[in-house]
Design a protein around this ligand. Structure first.
Ligand SMILES: [Zn+2]
Ligand SMILES: [Zn+2]
Length: 108
């Protein structure tokens, strides 16, 4: 799936965190793996992969939570410090180059 939109914005449930994504996603997938299911309590997750430099935090404070990725490496989930909404996550390797945003949950 390709997405040509290059001006995506969103925020958390309480409204404290607002962000903007300034580049088109590298790819979007719908992941049904057991890790995503455990982290979200859902059957699957729509993930949107974007370059880290394209993710702009406009307001609010994030808290970072480290979980294990399928590779065994660290997977850091960034949540709103006030309400706990998961906004995006990244992997320490390779070099945190891509951020994986939970798509379809933060529109508006
Ligand atoms: Zn919040
Ligand atoms: Zn997954």
């Amino acid at each position: 799936m390709t997405c040509e939109r290059t001006d995506l914005a969103g925020g958390c449930a309480c409204g404290a965190v607002r962000y903007r994504v300034s580049r088109a996603p590298i790819f979007v997938n719908n992941c049904h793996c057991s890790l995503c299911q455990k982290q979200t309590g859902s059957t699957s997750v729509v993930n949107m992969f974007v370059e880290s430099v394209a993710v702009h935090l406009l307001g609010g404070t994030l808290s970072e939570h480290v979980v294990k990725a399928g590779s065994g490496g660290d997977h850091i989930i960034c949540r709103c410090a006030a309400c706990g909404t998961a906004l995006w996550s990244y992997y320490l390797s390779p070099a945190g180059a891509a951020r994986c945003r939970r798509a379809g949950r933060h529109a508006g």
